[in-house]
Design a protein around this ligand. Structure first.
Ligand SMILES: C[S@@+](CC[C@H](N)C(=O)[O-])C[C@H]1O[C@@H](n2cnc3c(N)ncnc32)[C@H](O)[C@@H]1O
Length: 495
């Protein structure tokens, strides 16, 4: 018995949507393209409009449909008249698909399919899973190194129970890049009313997923070049995604869309700290200074280890306290040597071959340290949970354990306000949109991650609020007590 149009899940993509999907899927690097469920070939036609140099392959199970395909598509493609789901796996640069939308009750040989997918793709799908998910899972395993995979599918899986395992699979892979959901007024198919979305994957390790609401066809061009000024977008870090949650809520505007943000580098420059080339030799505490009879001139006050710093503001008192606890709070700079003790220490370094390490042998003289100005604010390079942010009132130097933050406006008040802002959970959340994950919960920021991160434009804060922030700063300085909720409340008014 021949299968009906419905049994074959034959809903055809509107040309304008097909064109949009082709633009999302194809880059200058695309050499091969797959459509796993070709139908009459609209997606292939639009791909060919973009580039005629792509090797195109497709699958279509329905012989009759292949006849229509051949009437439409006059250029060279490879068409396989077989079931895509059981076909051999290959790699493609672009995969673009409007898969059949059969419900789970209509899937023949479902048990075998579930087993096959568990074996081949390491996912045990529930028996309630709709057909299109099988197509998608197979395609995700067929992306080449720089591959992209763009599917148009119903969005019910995001809220359905059977979708949990699918979302878990997406989260684990980090390959999901964005989901574009359409306003129900936009017609996606020739004769079907379905609630669909375009789901975009790439073969990279993505840090976040964009959930995008599209109200008008005019938004398409912007989205293709990742311009989101006119569309509703919610960006979720992978760590914020929960497969047990209903993802349709991620599209709603319950996530704060921040306003009044500027790039951090427009307000301050973040630079790496000083690298000594041999911390054992260069980092000094009082005992070492005494033992080697070093002059004051060669001992430069400097924080050498972020873990030593437990208070939030470096003052003279706190510096002395750390010194008295034996912490290494100086760095040796032999360029200022005056005494025989200083010279002997340099000779001692040479006897230990300190001058031979890569960094030191390329520095002249090897026993001098980099000329870097002290930074009024430091941000720790590594962090768990909250970023460690220190106000360096004493203006001592810092090694690479901290990055130095150099505000462009250099008056004390502005620096203290900026510092207070950086302490807030709000600021850290906004900064973290650029974070780099280094395994289990440990985040690493390179200076440029921070330079390119966003912050609130602090120029818009009114004088009353500024005064209040500065009072909070004084309390922090004098009592080591941070009124973080008060700060969060003040800054939140502006974003
Ligand atoms: C929703 S239509 C999409 C057609 C076309 N790509 C478009 O966008 O208009 C899905 C197509 O997949 C075909 N199809 C269904 N099951 C298939 C399978 N297991 N393998 C390959 N093609 C299949 C159907 O015959 C149908 O033409």
């Amino acid at each position: 018995m021949t299968k009906t149009k419905k049994q074959l899940g034959q809903f055809f993509t509107e040309p304008v949507i097909a064109e949009f999907m082709a633009k999302l899927a194809i880059t200058e690097k695309t050499q091969t393209l797959l459509d796993p469920a070709a139908g009459m070939g609209i997606l292939i036609e639009k791909a060919n409009d973009i580039s005629q140099n792509i090797k195109i392959e497709c699958f279509e199970i329905d012989k009759k449909m292949i006849g229509k395909y051949k009437k439409n598509i006059k250029f060279n493609t490879i068409i396989n008249n077989e079931d895509y789901l059981y076909s051999e796996n290959k790699l493609y640069d672009s995969i673009i698909c409007n898969p059949p939308y059969n419900k789970f009750q209509e899937i023949k040989g479902k048990k075998d399919l579930i087993e096959l997918f568990e074996k081949k793709y390491d996912i045990r799908l529930s028996g309630y899973t709709n057909y299109y998910i099988y197509f998608l899972i197979k395609s995700l395993n067929e992306m080449s190194k720089n591959g992209k995979c763009i599917y148009i599918i119903p969005y019910e899986f995001m809220n359905a129970k059977y979708g949990e395992i699918v979302k878990k699979y997406f989260i684990k892979s980090h390959k999901l890049e964005k989901i574009i959901k359409f306003n129900s007024q936009i017609k996606l198919f020739d004769d079907a009313v379905t609630t669909s979305c375009i789901i975009c994957f790439n073969n990279k390790y993505n840090e976040y997923v964009d959930f995008i609401n599209v109200d008008s066809l005019e938004d398409f061009d912007d989205i293709c070049v990742n311009k989101y000024d006119n569309v509703g977008i919610n960006r979720y870090l992978y760590s914020e995604l929960n497969f047990k949650e209903k993802w349709l809520k991620y599209f709603k505007n319950q996530k704060k869309i921040y306003k009044n943000l500027i790039c951090l580098k427009d307000y301050a420059k973040v630079k790496r700290g000083i690298a000594t080339g041999n911390n054992n030799f260069f980092n000094l505490n009082l005992d070492m200074i005494k033992k080697f009879k070093l002059s004051k001139d060669v001992c430069i006050p400097c924080v050498t280890k972020a873990a030593d710093i437990k208070k939030m503001i470096i003052t003279k008192n706190y510096f002395d306290e750390l010194l008295s606890k034996g912490k290494k709070m100086y760095v040796f700079d032999g360029r200022n040597k005056t005494t025989s003790g200083d010279n002997k220490y340099i000779e001692y370094g040479e006897s230990l071959n300190v001058n031979k390490s890569y960094l030191n042998s390329h520095r002249f003289p090897w026993y001098g340290i980099e000329d870097k100005k002290p930074a009024p604010i430091w941000i720790s390079v590594f962090s768990r949970n909250n970023l460690k942010i220190i106000r360096n009132e004493l203006m001592i130097k810092n090694l690479t354990t901290f990055h130095g933050v150099y505000p462009l406006i250099n008056d004390e008040e502005s620096i203290n306000i900026f510092y207070c802002y950086l302490l807030t959970p709000l600021a850290q959340k906004i900064l973290r949109l650029n974070k780099r994950e280094c395994g289990e919960g440990l985040d690493k920021f390179e200076p440029n991650d921070l330079n390119n991160a966003m912050i609130l434009d602090l120029n818009i804060i009114n004088q009353n609020d500024k005064n209040e922030i500065l009072e909070i700063y004084e309390t922090l300085k004098n009592k080591n007590l941070i009124e973080i909720e008060k700060l969060e409340f003040i800054f939140s008014k502006y974003v």
